[in-house]
Design a protein around this ligand. Sequence first.
Ligand code: SAM
Length: 190
Amino acid sequence: MKLDRILPFARILLEKAVRPGDITIDGTMGNGFDTVFLAGLTGADGHVYSFDIQKEAIEATAAKLNAENLQKRCTLIHAGHEHLSKYIRKEHSGKVTGAIFNLGYLPGGDKSIITQAETTISAIEQLFELLAPEGIIILVIYHGHPGGSAERDALMDYVENFPQQKAHILRYGFINQANNPPFIVAIEKR
Ligand code: SAM
């Protein structure tokens, strides 16, 4: 298949936005795949701030970073992303170039612990203030699990009504696949 799948496409967008030395954010660290990817983009002079509410996610991500000797490039924060501005220093304001929120539940973990629209939107609002012009926030929206469609609907309502003069926002996803395939929303600050 020549078309980019969802997660590779998210990474292509982040690669366009993030340069070595930049600040990036993983809003939902989970098993750490996105944090490791961001640490590769920001390099030794940049930094990744990653959030999760589950201890299992912090442990899994720390283990992956240690295995690749990337731990110095990342701060793992055991707190909800809705507290983002408490943890990201003011001097980073306007300097974050890339962020990803891979929504839903922790694969291999407790499927009842899921991201929620209200807290996700609160995090996006705080993050948008820290974002550099042409910085990109990726939302990977899974909506097949219980609670997923409510988060999807609230997020789509939020992004579809986001002021056009502040951001370019696109949606990318396969539209003829079975089982509620995930899709991406990318927000680029103008
Ligand atoms: N990015 C991850 C990876 O690379 O493996 C996958 C993330 S997983 C789909 C979603 C994660 O969001 C779960 O680990 C869950 O604990 C976390 N989560 C749920 N609510 C959260 C919140 N309010 N703030 C931060 N993380 C949250």
